[in-house]
Design a protein around this ligand. Structure first.
Ligand code: AMP
Length: 417
């Protein structure tokens, strides 16, 4: 027997039994995107490596360690160096914004997408090489109201999928005016404690000291004593952050200011936030995150334009929903069309009429005995069976109670189920 081929490490198949939960979570995202007036955008799953290097920063994990490169069967090493599967959606969306001159449209633009992202990381629980994000971006709105609106939207999403205890953590990491002083403060603090840093952090310290705070293995005591970005904000950034928090308070939303929350990507400015289920704090547990990127449009060749967005991990949200025992809403009842005769045309005609009326229908195409067909219908989870007899005479059987009504019409079936 030939050896079996298995799914690539760090990927998962979505099997039919898990689909209703995914459907529910994705449908909730799509419905909220509609209600919050976001428009759909789709960008390619792969882009130039340079887009990510510029947009996310050379020293971000996504670029430095986790880039999923693609080159094609005859690709040379240079070609493979040129393309990568997207690790996140913002860079591609902003690339499209600039490329299509979308800044001339009446703004701010509110864009949304749901799709797969790729990071060539070491797979573990809740961390995959291919995962799905629901993403929203608002381009051209300096805030602060929209910052709070996005936090509120994410909150509502978690609540609507059945996760009532998800909390926002929020921080401000300043902008080009005030971040340099904060960077210097971090460099001098962590340099003084260099032996207690991980190798990764020591290497990053000069290039991107904010990332040291992000290091999962950072000594908690060292983290607690580190300079806080909020103490270094310029007046404009401080006023912006205070306004965001005041609006969240005004909306009655619970949040926690988290001084270590600096996010892994270089393009973030000012507001950054992440979402965690209560009692879960590890970085691996983040259910979503986002923030402001006021410099990114310009960095990618567009006019200076503020932006903010979030990415919610659908995989982790589904896992949390499952762990919380939240049942997805029950879908439309399934109707099985079975035959008491061998008239397969009649069965399909009845099935088609029921489908025309919007019902979910499985039609049994076999010539097995009626009892066998009913058994299969029951195993498939059918709530009702429509038994098609000679001359398309119909009977409707309630599969739960076993009660059967004879001599019904298609219209009566539609009315009854
Ligand atoms: P990030 O851009 O890293 O903040 O990612 C946003 C969200 O996507 C995270 O909060 C996670 O829910 C999800 N996510 C990020 N990386 C992964 C991964 N490797 N596997 C599964 N979900 C992920």
């Amino acid at each position: 027997m030939p050896a079996r081929i298995t799914a690539p490490r760090g990927t998962r198949d979505l099997l039919p039994e898990e689909a209703p939960r995914w459907e529910h979570v994705e449908a909730t995202a799509r419905e909220l995107a509609r209600r919050y007036a976001f428009e759909r955008i789709e960008t390619p799953l792969f882009e130039r490596v340079e887009l990510f290097a510029r947009g996310l920063g050379e020293s971000s994990d996504a670029v430095e360690k986790e880039m999923f490169r693609v080159g094609g069967a005859r690709g040379s090493d240079e070609e493979r160096a040129e393309w990568a599967l997207r690790p996140e959606p913002t860079a591609g969306i902003v690339r499209a914004y600039v490329e299509h001159g979308m800044h001339v449209r009446p703004g701010p633009l509110r864009l949304t997408t749901i799709g797969p992202m790729f990071r060539y990381d070491r797979p573990q629980a809740g961390r995959y090489r291919q995962f799905t994000q629901w993403d929203v971006e608002v381009i051209g709105d300096p805030g602060p109201a929209v910052d709070a609106e996005l936090v509120e939207l994410a909150h509502r999403f978690y609540r609507d999928v059945g996760l009532a205890d998800v909390r926002a953590r929020i921080n401000s990491i300043g902008d080009a005016t005030c971040r340099p002083a904060y960077r210097e403060a971090l460099i001098s603090y962590f340099s003084a404690h260099a032996p207690r840093l991980t190798d990764d952090s020591r290497r990053r310290l000069q290039v991107n000291p904010l990332r040291v705070l992000d290091d999962r293995l950072l000594d908690p005591e060292l983290a607690a004593g580190a300079p806080k970005s909020v103490d270094y904000l310029c007046d404009a950034c401080r006023a912006h952050f205070a306004a965001v928090l005041a609006i969240l308070d005004g909306l009655g939303l619970a949040y926690e200011v988290d001084h270590r929350l600096v996010r892994g990507l270089d393009y973030y400015t000012r507001t950054s936030f992440e979402f965690y289920a209560a009692g879960r704090g590890g970085q691996q547990d983040a259910l979503g995150g986002g923030g402001r990127y006021d410099g990114l449009v310009e960095l990618l060749g567009g006019p200076p334009t503020p932006g903010i967005g979030f990415g919610i991990g659908i995989d982790r949200t589904v896992l949390a929903v499952e762990a919380g025992g939240v049942e997805p809403p029950v879908g439309a009842p399934l109707v099985a069309v079975v035959g008491a005769s061998d008239d397969l045309v009649g069965r399909l005609r009845v099935a088609t009429a029921l489908r025309d009326a919007g019902l979910a229908v499985r039609s049994d195409g076999s010539t097995r005995k009626l009892g066998r067909q009913l058994e299969s219908a029951s195993k498939a989870g059918a709530r009702w069976a429509v038994i098609v007899g000679d001359g398309e005479r119909l009977a409707l059987k309630d599969m739960a109670s076993g009660v059967q009504r004879d001599e019904v019409t298609v219209d009566e079936v539609i009315g009854l189920v």
